[in-house]
Design a protein around this ligand. Sequence first.
Ligand SMILES: C[S@@+](CC[C@H](N)C(=O)[O-])C[C@H]1O[C@@H](n2cnc3c(N)ncnc32)[C@H](O)[C@@H]1O
Length: 277
Amino acid sequence: MSEHHPELQPPKAVTPLGILVEQLEAISQQAKSSNIPRELREQIDRAYQLAAGLNPYIEANTTPESSALANLANKTSQEPWELRFSDGETVRQLEQEMLSGHLEGQTLKMFVSMTGAKRILEIGMFTGYSALAMAEALPDDGQVIACEIDPYVAEFAQTCFQQSADGDKISVKVGPALDIMKDLAEVRESFDFVFIDADKGKYIQYLQRLLETSLLAENGWILVDNTLLQGQPYLKMEQRSANGEAIAQFNRFVTEDPRLEQVLLPLRDGVTIIRRK
Ligand SMILES: C[S@@+](CC[C@H](N)C(=O)[O-])C[C@H]1O[C@@H](n2cnc3c(N)ncnc32)[C@H](O)[C@@H]1O
């Protein structure tokens, strides 16, 4: 895993804000070399600066990640994911952009502390950034059960967990999350806090299984990632991928379910907090 890979790419923009910044940067560059009124050029530049400065400012004013999380993120960005898939080592195409990262990880840590959660279920672990962030906020007797379908990335995460003092609070289950959830429900497991971050097409089923079994504790919290899906749910239908459509349907399902109370936060690619009324 430590070979040198000159083809490694910097992360792509995968959030509404990241895409907006890229587009405003391109418009601002074009505006500089075009014959438009100076006032319009300055307005475009101000819009670009306003958008481009937001995340770096938020990052700078947020508690830094632990060295274990920084190492995990760095290791994830060094991994040649395309090659791992073409070599058949991963069962699907994974990419470094799947990792949630500093702001979302710190937000999860704060929510875990605020709710006093002790038992956490993660659906979709990837290299383990969010699982480890949540584990860092748990008391010593707390536990994260993290579901991941891909054995290669599950092992990758476990190697990182071994290098952290909080890694032993995480128990990894490898397989399709719906099957793992069924097994956990059969033995009446229950969680105070659930983070849904796996395949978008199954989000509604994950939510239903949580609500209709023992899995979500009575006063439990559900956090759901990517509920803005690069802006696709509110952009024109023609710009919507299958995942964008799945998230649009999920958001509608949550909004129309009278059992639930929720808020969609514009953090990174959108995070929805849900609880029973
Ligand atoms: C967006 S990534 C998770 C990112 C991670 N939570 C983080 O914050 O760094 C989604 C992960 O879900 C996994 N996944 C996809 N479908 C799954 C399924 N049906 N059951 C379990 N895991 C699944 C993928 O292999 C991938 O590693």
